[in-house]
Design a protein around this ligand. Structure first.
Ligand SMILES: C[S@@+](CC[C@H](N)C(=O)[O-])C[C@H]1O[C@@H](n2cnc3c(N)ncnc32)[C@H](O)[C@@H]1O
Length: 256
């Protein structure tokens, strides 16, 4: 079954002119989650030989930048760098090419496999952390993120890190991933750029009321809505939901 599946996407990639069978993983993920849209600018980390770059260019038609340790053969309209995504200088290269207003960062980077499950997992998490760092630095507010991770002990810790940065996050394995593979993909939609994070606790003063009567407090200009809070009230809240441009806080003194 796995062999047939491999053969299917391998042959399809040859027939349809994609450089790697992994192109279908991105196509399937995008079909379901709509991460890349027409006109988007996209950064692809760990991009060689370039299957995802081909798909990203087709889907967006916008600026597409690829980075890999290996040289990537040219793709029309795509800018590529031979560089290490874990290095700070690489961030400068990417920023130089795309600024800090990328719409989407995708990462299919994989370490050289040692065969030892825990070693490969922790190397994969290191790469995924580098990808998340790049995403935070180059994505515009509300931008989207996709990253490959090998399953293992610290998978849920990493998923929690992504959850703090994006409005919606989840893990997903596309049909084109081999059944026996340890890989899965994490999708983060809508980067949160405000100063507050899920679970943070603040002492706030309600400065105004929203249309539905919720109290509104500001943290560095970022609005936090507190249901039932009154104008002028000083209140202790825990942040229970964060959108990319506002948040909801729940009173934790039991008064509401
Ligand atoms: C599975 S391949 C990517 C396939 C690609 N998505 C495609 O469709 O053609 C994983 C890539 O990650 C790259 N990689 C691994 N570690 C890296 C690092 N530190 N910096 C940049 N690229 C890295 C490898 O060189 C390899 O080309």
């Amino acid at each position: 079954m796995a062999r047939n599946q491999k053969d299917h996407y391998y042959r399809l990639a040859k027939k349809e002119g994609y450089r790697a069978r992994s192109a279908y993983k991105l196509l399937q993920i995008n079909e379901k989650f709509h991460l890349i849209r027409k006109g988007d600018s996209v950064v692809d980390l760990g991009a060689a030989p370039g299957g995802w770059l081909q798909v990203a260019k087709e889907l967006s038609g916008g600026t597409v930048v690829g980075v890999d340790l290996e040289k990537i053969a040219p793709i029309p309209g795509v800018l590529t760098f031979k560089a290490d995504i874990t290095e700070n200088e690489t961030l400068d290269l990417i920023k130089g090419a795309i600024g800090d207003h990328a719409d989407v960062v995708i990462c299919d980077a994989a370490p050289n496999l040692s065969g030892a499950w825990d070693v490969d997992h922790s190397r994969s998490i290191d790469l995924a952390r580098s990808a998340l760092r790049v995403a935070r630095m180059v994505l515009k507010p509300g931008g989207n993120f996709l990253v490959k991770v090998f399953q293992g002990d610290t998978f849920l810790d990493y998923l929690a890190e992504v959850r703090r940065e994006f409005e919606k996050s989840q893990a997903h394995s596309p049909a084109a991933s081999r059944k026996e593979s340890a890989e899965t993909y994490i999708i983060g939609k809508k980067l949160i750029c405000g100063p507050v994070k899920m679970g943070d606790v603040y002492e706030l003063q309600i400065e105004s009321l929203g249309r539905s009567g919720d109290g509104i407090a500001l943290i560095d200009g970022f609005a936090v809505f507190v249901k039932g809070a009154k104008l002028g009230e000083k209140i202790r809240v825990k942040i229970e939901a964060v959108k990319h441009n506002f948040a909801f806080g729940k009173p934790i003194d039991g008064k509401h």
